[in-house]
Structure formats: structure tokens, C-alpha cells
Design a protein around this ligand. Structure first.
Ligand code: FPP
Length: 261
């Protein structure tokens, strides 16, 4: 019995990552994958380690997953690294999380350049600590002319906050006469969000067993496919990413229309 991608169950279990990558349909690789990287704390707890050890391991895993996404032809990878709600965590944990972009971007930048990957950010950068802003700005400046995959970090990001800012921006345009009320469309909203330059995600992945969106890309995920796994983020492997993409490729996206349309 073959599945929709032509895999027999035992073949798939024995296949190497390379085999599985080869077998993907290059014409339906999700162009934009968004990931809620959950479960760092639980990963650490299981090993009797402090929570921050989980965040550090999670940061290391960002490299692995970035490389793999790039290899299979993903165009945008958006990673939820810090939400507007995460400020409520203990001060020490927040401070640790705010150091991660520096460590990650400093050591990974040469490879990002080699891979032609461009770093970008959604979220309110101004409220991040100076050293975090500096690291992100430096990575964005250094990679700005890269034309390959976009590695988009959501930091100090909250979707409802993003919508509020977008509404304010649109109202200001109406008030100053550059936009008429009748011309406000879905496109007006999309183009005033922080993701204006990016396509909507095709696939949303959330790790660690939680089945919710946690204020992430609420408008942009309207037609995305969702894929959930119990695996904690630090252990989310290339194989797991391929599993999500394989599942995506076996689905029939209808955008509210009928099957096959
Ligand atoms: C949620 O797990 C995870 C976060 C709030 C932080 C995610 C950040 C990273 C994976 C590193 C980011 C890397 C860079 C380069 C910026 P949790 O702590 O809520 O886990 P728990 O639910 O098990 O406690």
C-alpha cells in the first residue's frame, strides 16, 4: 500500500534524509513555513536542567532546521522566538533569551552569508535591549543583499499588537487623505502588517504538543496548513521537518473552494 507521495511504510522508515528530500515534490514545497518553537522548558525539565539550558539547546536547533529548510527549497522560515507575552517570564530567563540572538547570529553569520540567507525581523525592535537590537540589526545589514531564503525572527512579536498598529496606520492614511475608506481591502490590511513583504505561511508547525496559536500571525495563517508534534523544540529534527512537509504535500488545499479546484 503506497501513500500519496508514493511511499511504502517500511521503505519510508528505512529511507535516509537524502532519499526523503529527493522524493519531495519540488513544485509543492511550502514557500513559507512558520514555527512555534515550544517545549524548551520541558526538554530541560526532563533532564533536570535549568530552563535556560533548554533555550540554549533550542537556539542550537535553529541552525539545524534553518539548514534543512534552505536545502529543501523553502523561501521563508519564520520562527517565533519571543512573544509580547514572554516579558512576563522571570527577569533572568528574559535576559537569557535576549542574549540568544547575539550568540546565534555572531557564530552563524558566515554560514548565513555562504547560504545566501537574508535575516529579517517582525516585532517591535525598539523595545528590545540595545545589545539584542545591535546583533539583529548587524545581521540584517550584513545579509540585506542575499537573495535566497529569508530567515525571519519574530521577536517581541504579538499578532494582536501588530493588528492594532496596522489599524492605526490605516486610519492615519485615511485622515491625511492618502487612502479613501472605500478603498480599504484585505490587501490594505496585509500590506500594513509587519509581514507586508512576505507571502502568507503555507505551513504552520508547533512543537511540544500544544494545540493553539498563542497570538502568532493570526491574520496571515487564515489558509495555512497546521502540523503539530509532541516533540520538544530542542529535539525537533530534520526528519521531523520532512515529516511535516511530507504531510503538507499529501494534503489538498482548497482555500474554501471544492476538491481539485
Ligand atoms: C517556548 O518554550 C520557547 C520560547 C519562549 C523561546 C524560543 C526561543 C528559542 C528556541 C531560541 C531562539 C533562538 C534565536 C536565535 C533567537 P517554553 O520555554 O515555553 O517551553 P515550555 O512550555 O516547555 O516551558
Amino acid at each position: 500500500m503506497l501513500d500519496k507521495l508514493g511511499w511504502r511504510k517500511t521503505d519510508k522508515q528505512n529511507a535516509t534524509l537524502e532519499d526523503r528530500m529527493q522524493k519531495l515534490d519540488p513544485n509543492s514545497v511550502p514557500q513559507h513555513i512558520a514555527i512555534i518553537m515550544d517545549g524548551n522548558g520541558r526538554w530541560a525539565q526532563k533532564r533536570a536542567l535549568p530552563r535556560v539550558a533548554g533555550h540554549h539547546e533550542g537556539m542550537k536547533n535553529v541552525r539545524t532546521i534553518t539548514r534543512c529548510a534552505n536545502k529543501i527549497g523553502v523561501r521563508v522560515l519564520t520562527l517565533y522566538a519571543f512573544s509580547t507575552e514572554n516579558w512576563k517570564r522571570p527577569r533572568k530567563e528574559v535576559e537569557f533569551l535576549m542574549r540568544l540572538p547575539e550568540e546565534f547570529l555572531t557564530s552563524f553569520l558566515p554560514e548565513l552569508m555562504e547560504l545566501n540567507i537574508r535575516v529579517s525581523l517582525i516585532g517591535e525592535m525598539d523595545s528590545l535591549p540595545g545589545h539584542t537590537q545591535k546583533a539583529i540589526q548587524n545581521a540584517m545589514d550584513t545579509t540585506k543583499d542575499n537573495t535566497g531564503m529569508v530567515l525571519n525572527f519574530a521577536m517581541n512579536y504579538g499578532s494582536r499588537r501588530e493588528v492594532v498598529l496596522s489599524v492605526k496606520e490605516i486610519v492615519a492614511q485615511v485622515q491625511n487623505g492618502t487612502l479613501s475608506l472605500d478603498d480599504i481591502s484585505e490587501e490594505t490590511i496585509s500590506s500594513n502588517l509587519m509581514t507586508a513583504a512576505l507571502p502568507d505561511p503555507d505551513l504552520l508547525i508547533r512543537t511540544s504538543g500544544e494545540l493553539r496559536l498563542s497570538n502568532f500571525l493570526l491574520w496571515q495563517l487564515a489558509y495555512s496548513e497546521f502540523w503539530f508534534t509532541d516533540v520538544h523544540w530542542p529535539e525537533f529534527s530534520e526528519g521531523n521537518l520532512l515529516e511535516a512537509v511530507e504531510s503538507y504535500q499529501s494534503r489538498n488545499r482548497r482555500y474554501g473552494g471544492l476538491k481539485g479546484e
